[in-house]
Design a protein around this ligand. Structure first.
Ligand code: SAM
Ligand code: SF4
Length: 337
């Protein structure tokens, strides 16, 4: 495949926002079926519709040349993709040479086998999703997951020297009683915690309205026990962080419903099919896969500018108040959380 000589201009969208952060969904497949994320009988894409690892790597090269300085690999579950280590190592070669950070979001079930590979490739921080510390509740939320595999993965990641942030989706009537215990556990284990509001993405066979829990309310409940002080440093993602009085764990809040931070959004997302979505909450996208397969990287580069023009001012998520349909038909696992 012909290599392009990409220009090194930075990417700025139509509203003047500098785009520097790319999330790549490396697969739509997963070994869990979290109730808020997927349907129980999820239909996954046929393999030939999914980008090869080489195609993902070529597109990552192009984006780094165009000013992306942070890449997060996600999915689906990125660690179920065969030979994922080849891709991590390949993208990791850009670290210190255009790329400042390579990170990963994982459910942790296969981390035990990959933690050393991630650290060797230059990954320094990972997010691990864990919505409950209770084995039975974890199995319920994930429709059958084994929490011991995640605990084993966390230990392996710590032994490999990776900094870990736990992602916990706050679910009313499911894990709301576990938020304070989770914060205390994270602090004791040397982990940070980010709480996430459930977003209306894709059909799951369940009603999200029932379990939607505004984090403004959760933060007030936490403040009754611990003073929270906003901290200014950002990781480039959508979370806003707080220090917690008496703890070393930091608390992040991702509040797309109660308080969106679209005005300074710096992110774009590439699906495992090579579609570039400029916003998690909109259907507009540009298809890089067809261009790449038909014309190589020179055919793809002009599409970046088309994609930049598509970035909307904000998403428009709503839950409750008569809203029953998801904001997009796409699941988070396709676009990449
Ligand atoms: N499988 C990996 C994992 O679970 O960490 C990576 C992909 S997952 C789609 C990324 C993140 O999105 C996870 O923290 C998950 O909890 C979150 N997520 C998935 N669906 C969501 C939804 N509808 N609303 C809010 N967060 C969601
Ligand atoms: Fe899989 Fe992650 Fe979605 Fe859970 S949240 S079903 S682990 S992709």
């Amino acid at each position: 495949m012909a290599m392009a000589e990409p220009s090194r201009t930075q990417m700025t969208d139509g509203l003047g926002r500098r785009i520097s952060y790319l999330r790549i969904s490396v697969t739509d497949r997963c070994d869990l079926r979290c109730r808020y994320c997927m349907a129980e009988k999820m239909q996954f894409l046929p393999k030939n519709q999914v980008l090869t690892l080489e195609e993902i790597a070529l597109l990552a090269d192009l984006f780094v040349a165009r000013g992306i300085n942070k890449i997060r690999l996600t999915g689906g579950e990125p660690l179920v993709r065969r030979d994922i280590g080849d891709l991590v190592r390949r993208i990791g070669r850009h670290l210190g040479n255009g790329l400042d950070e390579l990170t990963l979001t994982t459910n942790g079930t296969r981390l035990i086998n990959h933690a050393d590979m991630l650290a060797d490739a230059g990954v320094r921080r990972i997010n691990v999703s864990l919505d409950s510390l209770d084995p039975a509740r974890f199995a319920h939320i994930t429709r059958g997951g084994d929490i011991q595999a995640v605990f084993g993965g966390l230990k392996a990641a710590q032994a490999a020297g990776l900094a870990i942030k736990i992602n916990m989706v706050a679910l009313k009537g499911v894990n709301d009683g576990e938020i304070l215990p989770m914060l205390r556990w994270c602090d004791a284990e040397g982990l940070d915690l980010t709480l996430i509001e459930t977003m209306p993405l894709g059909e799951t066979g369940e009603d999200r309205t029932d379990h939607y829990l505004p984090l403004s309310q959760v933060a007030d409940d936490i403040r009754a026990h611990y003073a929270l002080t906003p901290v200014s440093d950002r990781t480039g993602g959508p979370a806003r962080y707080h220090s917690v009085a008496g703890m070393t764990a930091r608390l992040g809040l991702i509040t797309p419903l109660t308080n969106n931070f679209c005005a300074d959004c710096n992110r774009i997302r590439m699906t495992c099919e090579g579609k570039i979505f400029m916003c998690l909450g909109h259907e507009d996208h540009v298809d890089f896969k067809t261009a790449l397969r038909e014309g190589g990287l020179p055919a793809v580069e002009p599409l970046i500018d088309r994609a930049l023009r598509l970035k909307p001012a904000r998403h428009d998520f709503r839950i409750g108040a008569g809203e029953t349909a998801p904001a997009t038909r796409r699941h988070m696992s396709v676009t990449g959380g």
